[in-house]
Design a protein around this ligand. Structure first.
Ligand code: FNR
Length: 190
């Protein structure tokens, strides 16, 4: 079967700009010949990571997310920047999925897979400070991270009513990133 890209945002809120960007990225991946699944992390609430909770057994939503991730060969994540960092929701989700450490599924769930990171912010810098930190985290999980992440500044006014990016050059940059993810998967997951 064709390789699939899992797309989600590091924000749970209803009107999330990053969810909007993630949804558009999923649409663009499909338009560019790839396969994408958008999921909303609000539908899979996981407790704040605590090894005592883990010792009682993996929360049901972690198991669900694990299953979804196992069925995909790449991740495209849109994360807000909170105080110059990725969000606790994204970190918490990835921390749960990285467990149990060093064993199946744990980190093996990520190994050999690709990841691309984007960020949207109503501010002028577009969440750019969180991108290298998020990329480092993804690399620490054994994901192979695409260079040149995308930040979307002034995101509150960046989308048309149809959910497209109004600025063509920015839309082109998103397409370039999506295309690269589709292309690397075509090479590595024939
Ligand atoms: C923010 N916001 C923010 N924005 C930014 O560009 N750089 C930053 O460092 C921060 N820091 C920050 C911290 C906290 C705790 C919150 C709640 C917010 C603003 C943030 O970009 C804005 O709320 C976005 O709309 C959040 O993304 P979603 O939910 O729209 O995807």
């Amino acid at each position: 079967t064709a390789p699939k890209i899992l797309v989600f945002a590091g924000s749970a809120r209803e009107g999330s700009l990053n969810k909007q960007l993630a949804k558009l990225a999923a649409k663009r991946i499909e338009a560019l010949g790839g396969q994408a699944t958008f999921i909303d992390l609000k539908a899979y609430p996981c407790p704040l990571f605590d090894e005592d909770i883990e010792a009682q057994g993996m929360p049901e939503n972690v198991l669900k997310l694990r299953e979804i991730l196992a069925d995909h060969q790449a991740l495209l994540i849109a994360s807000p920047e909170y105080n110059g960092f990725i969000t606790p929701l994204l970190k918490n989700t990835l921390d749960w999925l990285s467990r149990p450490y060093g064993d199946t599924p744990g980190l093996k769930l990520f190994a050999g897979k690709w990841a691309a990171l984007v960020a949207a912010s109503p501010g002028g810098l577009g969440g750019i400070r969180a991108l290298p930190l998020g990329q480092q985290l993804l690399a620490n999980l054994s994901l192979t991270v695409l260079p040149q992440p995308l930040s979307l500044p002034k995101a509150s006014s960046a989308f048309s009513e149809g959910g497209e990016l109004i600025n063509e050059a920015v839309g082109q940059r998103l397409d370039t990133l999506c295309q690269r993810l589709v292309d690397v998967l075509a090479v590595t997951h024939r």
